[in-house]
Write a protein that binds this ligand. Structure first.
Ligand code: NAD
Length: 471
């Protein structure tokens, strides 16, 4: 069993020097331009692919130690996810990197105009603990594809995965352009004092504010991948059995510790009983009668997060589950019916295995409920009603909307991923990540041979009239 170093201790001189040296090295590499050629970028992506393929077993073991992930879950939501992102990126990178030709107006003729993606420089990636491999390496894929140098700061709360990232990355990737610094608050605070070209942060709102404050010192652009409560609306025309199976799959994957997990269900009264029964059936189908014994059911990251999630139960009536294994940091899939809306359970993102079910008499009430709250990272709707589907997709704001499923949109690298409002800023995955971590430089190239005097002073009413036509 891996034993974690103390990440709360202040940094000593050697640790400060390591951060400073790593930063200087990356800065130098970025300035040298050596990471710009397409060949370097594809080489790094191929090397990252080899790392993931050749160390699958060790990575699966680390994810199991940190979060009790099953082999299937570790593969699909972390390793396989990253491999598919790399494959997609390698397939399209040449096209994404090409100059994007745009129209040139008459006033600028003869001339050509295009948009040229260029690397930003050095990107700091601060990862989160719930998908500790994916959330550290997916931004890294985008950063490398865009030709940047990267400093990776994996989450200290998933120490086995963090240590493996630290060990393997320098063996596979160009060490002069990609560095890893482990640790929590102290090293991250030191890293945030450096002048980055972009900071890519995944995690909660409180630290996001610290990141943004630090970024403002140099006016550094940030991407903030945050969370919040993602609602799941179930309308009377939905196929109840399929709905329940899919909700159970998404809600209790990684024991509910997923930023886009359905946080709560809002269901119409007339189908509430049927949905609850179907959820119970689906839970038994997927995790058995004693889910805490299922090898497919994960653990809560640590004792303090277990205490946080447990505190959300308060004095609510538990409809299903609620069993806790304190020693192994496990809480069974738990359903709470009609919770008090002012309770901590309904005021905070749950980020754990409790699923509150709220009842409304009709769907318009459910939509109003969601609209009254902060814009979610993901919004889920289960229905067979095409008019309702159209209405929700076109009038409700959310980072992503998914109809008749949960979380699966993440499996499509062609869909950008990110929040809106308090659920985050900036998107990535596939070409969105490439664009996010590139500067889309505007270029106009003119010729000398035609120099229309129309735009030069002195101006006259006639000149102005002609200019208006040309612009
Ligand atoms: P966190 O915000 O506490 O930590 C995230 C990162 O910040 C870690 O790398 C950590 O070392 C660093 N950090 C912690 N304290 C710090 C400090 N004082 N100064 C500087 N850096 C510090 O993580 P969390 O809040 O437990 O993460 C859970 C949240 O993240 C949830 O809200 C979840 O929805 C969200 N999340 C979002 C996504 C997404 O992709 N949108 C993915 C996973 C998690």
């Amino acid at each position: 069993m891996y034993s974690a170093p103390d990440h709360t201790a202040p940094l000593d001189a050697a640790e400060n020097a390591l951060i400073n040296d790593s930063y200087q090295q990356l800065k130098q590499s970025a300035n040298s331009g050596r990471t710009h050629p397409l060949q370097w970028r594809t080489g790094q992506l191929e090397a990252l692919k080899a790392l993931l393929e050749q160390h699958q077993d060790a990575l699966i073991q680390a994810l199991h130690e940190d979060l009790g992930k099953s082999v299937a879950e570790a593969w699909t939501s972390e390793i396989g996810f990253l491999l598919s992102d790399i494959k997609h990126t390698l397939k399209h990178l040449k096209r994404w990197s090409k100059p994007r030709k745009v129209r040139t107006p008459l006033i600028a003729q003869p001339g050509t105009s295009y948009i040229l993606p260029e690397p930003l420089g050095v990107v700091l990636v601060i990862g989160a603990w719930n998908y500790p491999l994916q959330l550290t390496l997916a931004p890294c894929i985008a950063a490398l594809a865009a030709g940047n140098c990267v400093l990776l700061k994996p989450s200290e709360l998933a120490p086995a995965t963090s240590a493996l990232i630290k060990k393997l990355i320098p063996r596979y990737l160009d060490p002069s352009a990609i560095a890893v610094i482990e640790g929590g608050e102290a090293p991250t605070t030191a890293l945030l004092r450096c002048h980055w070209d972009h900071i890519f942060y995944t995690g909660g709102e409180a630290v996001a504010k610290i990141v943004m404050r630090a970024a403002s010192e140099y006016l550094t652009p940030v991407t903030l991948e945050l969370g919040g409560k993602s609602p799941c609306l179930v309308e009377r025309s939905a196929d109840i059995e399929v709905t329940a199976r899919r909700i159970v799959w998404g809600k209790w994957m990684n024991a509910g510790q997923t930023c886009i997990a359905p946080d709560y269900i809002i269901v119409e009264e007339c189908i509430k009983e049927a949905l609850l029964n179907a959820l119970k059936r689906a839970l038994v189908e997927q995790y058995g009668k004693q889910p805490l014994r299922s090898n497919d059911y994960g653990t809560i990251i640590n004792a303090s997060h277990l205490a946080r999630v447990r505190s959300y139960l308060g004095d609510h009536t538990i409809y299903h589950g609620g069993v806790i294994d304190e020693q192994r940091h496990k809480m069974a899939p738990t359903i709470v019916l009609d919770p008090n809306l002012d309770s901590a359970l309904m005021q905070n993102e749950i980020f754990g295995p409790i699923l509150p079910v709220i009842t409304t008499t009709q769907i318009s009430e459910s939509l109003a409920f969601v609209r009254d709250r902060p814009k979610p990272l993901a919004l889920y709707l289960f229905t067979n009603d095409a008019t309702l589907t159209h209405r929700v997709i076109n009038t409700m704001s959310a980072g992503s909307v998914c109809v008749n499923d949960v979380m699966l949109f993440m499996a499509n690298p062609a869909l950008p991923f990110g929040g809106v409002g308090s659920s985050g800023m900036g998107q990535y995955h596939g070409s969105a990540g490439f664009d996010r971590l590139s500067h889309l430089k505007s270029v106009m190239v003119r010729k000398f041979w035609l120099d229309v005097a129309l735009r030069y002073a002195p101006f006259s009413a006639r000149k102005l009239a002609m200019l208006k036509k040309l612009l």
